[in-house]
Design a protein around this ligand. Structure first.
Ligand SMILES: [Mg+2]
Ligand SMILES: [Zn+2]
Length: 509
C-alpha cells in the first residue's frame, strides 16, 4: 500500500547536528520521501552547509534553500512553498535540525499518514529527550525535556499541505523557535481539522548551552503576549502549555525596583521592607531551580545569578511584547490560494439558459459570456467539466438519447469539455451523484486524476455550491433570475457573471 506524497522540511541555522539528522534519516527504513528541503536560515552571505556524506539516492532528494535569517517560522514557510505557492506533495513533515530520527521513522511516518483520514490536518511524532542517568538533570536539561513533552511541537510534526494552505502557513511574527508551532496547531484546529498523535519516534538530545541560556529564553514572554492576543486568554489550556511564572516575576521585579526607588527617595524603612520581599522571592525562585538539580558549584552559581536577573528580564520582555503586539490581528498568511486545476460548471442556468427538461438541441442558447469565460479557464491550463442533474430521465420526461443530443449541442457550442457527468436519477432514487451530493464532483476529479480540493464548481443554485462544499472543492454562485435570495445570502463566493467567477479563480484578466 502506498503512502501519500511527502516532503520533509528541515530549517537549520547551520548546526553540526544537521548532518547527524540526515544520517539518521538515511539509515531509517521505509519509503523514501518525495523531496527533502533543507532551509538555511543563517543571515548574511551564503556559507557552505555541511550536509554530511550522502549516498546518490539521498543526494538527489535533497535541495537547499536560503531564508535569510528571518526565524524558523519564515524558514519553514520557505520550505513548503515553491515560488510562493503550496508545493505538490500532500504532506509536509517538519523536523528540527537538532533531532535524530528512529531507525524505523520513515516506515512509521508512512503508517501515521496512511492512518490519518481526511479530517486529520496534522500528525505529531513522539519526541524523547535522553537525560543523564548518572546524576540529576540540570535546569536546562529539565527545560528541554519539558519542551519535548508539550503538544504539537515542530521538532517532529507533519501537516497536510491543504491545511497549511488554508491557514496561510506559519505566522512569521513569531521570530524564534517558540510558540510558532503551538500557534499553527491552534489555527489548523480552528479551521476544522483535528491533530493526531503518531507512532514514529525521534530523540532530541540536550544541546550544550551557555550558563545564562535561561536568561535569553525570557524573550519568549513577548511571544506569549502574541499568543494571548491571537488565541484569547485561555490559549494555554488548548496548547497544553504550562502556566509560566510571569506573575511571580512581575511581583518580584516590582519589589526590587520599588526597593531601589525608595532608597533613592531616602525612605529607608520602605526600602528595607521591599528589599526583603524581593530577596525572599528571589531566593525562593533560585531554590526551586537548584533543588531538583545536580547542585554542582557551576550549576548553583549559574542558578543564583540568573535567578536574580530573570524576574526583571521576563517582566521587561513581557512589557515589550504588550507594546509590540498591542494591535496584533489574525495572521492572514502569505500564501495566495492556488488557482484550481479543474473547474466543474453546472449546465442549465449556468452556461446555457435553463429550458426545463429540455430534450431539443435546437433550444440550446449559451449564456452570453460563457464561451469567453470557459476559454479563459482553458487558456490558463485548467481542465473544464460539466456536472448536471437530469432528473427528467428518471421522471420519464426525457430519454437518455435526448439528453445526449442536448449535451452534444452544448459541447459543439461551448466545448471542448474534459469530462461530462450526468445524474439521470430523481430526488427519491437514493443515488450518490445528484447535487447537492458530491458524487459528480468526486467522480469528475477522479477521472481527471486530481484531488477534489484542487477543484472549483460554478453554478446558479445552492445545490451546486453544496455539492462543491461536500466534496471539499471551492464553490462559486453565479445567480440568475431564478436563484432564490436565501441561496444568494448563503453563498460564500458570489459573482455576477461567469467572467467574474473566473476572475475570482485565476485573477482578473
Ligand atoms: Mg443550474
Ligand atoms: Zn444520480
Amino acid at each position: 500500500m502506498g503512502r501519500p506524497s511527502l516532503r520533509v522540511v528541515i530549517p537549520t541555522i547551520g548546526r553540526p547536528s544537521l548532518s547527524a539528522l540526515l544520517d539518521s534519516l538515511e539509515a531509517s527504513a521505509g519509503p523514501l520521501p518525495d523531496a527533502v528541503v533543507v532551509v538555511d536560515d543563517r543571515p548574511g552571505p551564503p556559507h557552505a552547509l555541511d550536509l554530511g556524506l550522502r549516498d546518490a539516492q539521498w543526494a538527489a532528494l535533497i535541495t537547499v534553500r536560503r531564508s535569510g535569517g528571518r526565524g524558523p517560522a519564515a524558514a519553514r514557510n520557505s520550505g513548503w512553498l515553491d515560488n510562493g505557492h503550496p508545493c505538490r506533495q500532500e504532506w509536509i513533515a517538519f523536523l528540527d535540525d537538532d533531532v535524530l530520527v528512529d531507525h524505523r521513522w520513515l516506515s512509521d511516518l508512512a503508517e501515521d499518514l496512511r492512518a490519518s483520514d481526511a479530517g486529520v490536518g496534522g500528525s505529531q511524532g513522539e519526541i524523547s529527550v535522553p537525560l543523564p542517568t548518572d546524576r540529576r538533570p540540570t535546569d536546562w536539561e529539565r527545560g528541554t525535556a519539558g519542551l519535548a513533552a508539550s503538544s504539537w511541537i515542530t521538532a517532529d510534526m507533519a501537516y497536510r499541505t491543504t491545511a497549511l494552505t488554508a491557514v496561510g502557513g506559519f505566522d512569521e511574527r513569531f521570530p524564534r523557535a517558540f510558540r510558532e508551532d503551538a500557534d499553527l496547531a491552534l489555527r489548523v484546529e480552528d479551521a476544522g481539522w483535528s491533530l493526531a498523535r503518531g507512532t514514529r519516534r525521534a530523540t532530541h538530545p540536550v544541546r550544550p548551552a551557555p550558563w545564562n541560556a535561561s536568561l535569553r529564553q525570557q524573550r519568549g514572554n513577548a511571544d506569549d503576549v502574541l499568543m494571548a492576543q491571537l488565541h484569547g486568554r485561555h490559549w494555554r489550556l488548548r496548547a497544553h502549555a504550562p502556566r509560566g511564572r510571569r506573575r511571580t516575576h512581575l511581583a518580584t521585579a516590582a519589589a526590587g525596583a520599588g526597593a531601589l526607588g525608595a532608597l533613592g527617595a531616602r525612605r529607608y524603612w520602605a526600602a528595607a521592607a521591599l528589599g526583603c520581599a524581593w530577596a525572599a522571592s528571589t531566593a525562593r525562585f533560585a531554590w526551586v531551580r537548584i533543588a531538583p538539580g545536580p547542585r554542582t558549584r557551576d550549576e548553583v552559581a549559574a542558578m543564583a545569578a540568573t535567578s536574580v536577573a530573570i524576574p526583571f528580564a521576563a517582566s521587561g520582555h513581557w512589557l515589550l511584547g504588550m507594546w509590540r503586539h498591542r494591535d496584533a490581528s489574525a495572521w492572514s498568511g502569505r500564501v495566495p490560494p492556488p488557482p484550481p486545476v479543474a473547474v466543474f460548471v453546472d449546465r442549465d442556468g449556468t452556461i446555457v439558459h435553463d429550458v426545463p427538461y429540455n430534450g431539443d438541441p435546437d433550444k440550446v442558447r449559451p449564456i452570453h459570456d460563457a464561451l469567453a469565460a470557459l476559454g479563459r479557464l482553458r487558456a490558463a491550463g485548467i481542465a473544464v467539466g460539466v456536472i448536471t442533474n437530469q432528473s427528467g430521465i428518471a421522471r420519464g420526461i426525457l430519454s437518455r438519447e435526448q439528453v445526449q443530443a442536448v449535451n452534444d449541442r452544448v459541447e459543439q457550442m461551448l466545448g471542448p469539455f474534459d469530462v461530462w457527468l450526468v445524474c439521470p436519477h430523481g430526488p427519491d432514487d437514493g443515488c450518490s451523484c445528484r447535487k447537492p451530493l458530491p458524487g459528480m464532483v468526486l467522480d469528475g476529479a477522479r477521472k481527471l486524476g486530481v484531488r477534489p480540493e484542487q477543484c472549483a464548481v460554478i453554478g446558479d443554485i445552492d445545490a451546486d455550491i453544496s455539492a462543491a462544499a461536500a466534496a471539499g472543492a471551492i464553490g462559486i454562485l453565479v445567480p440568475n433570475g431564478a436563484t432564490r435570495p436565501e441561496e444568494i445570502a448563503n453563498a460564500g463566493l458570489l459573482a455576477r457573471t461567469l467572467d467574474e467567477a473566473v476572475d475570482l479563480l485565476i485573477g482578473a484578466a
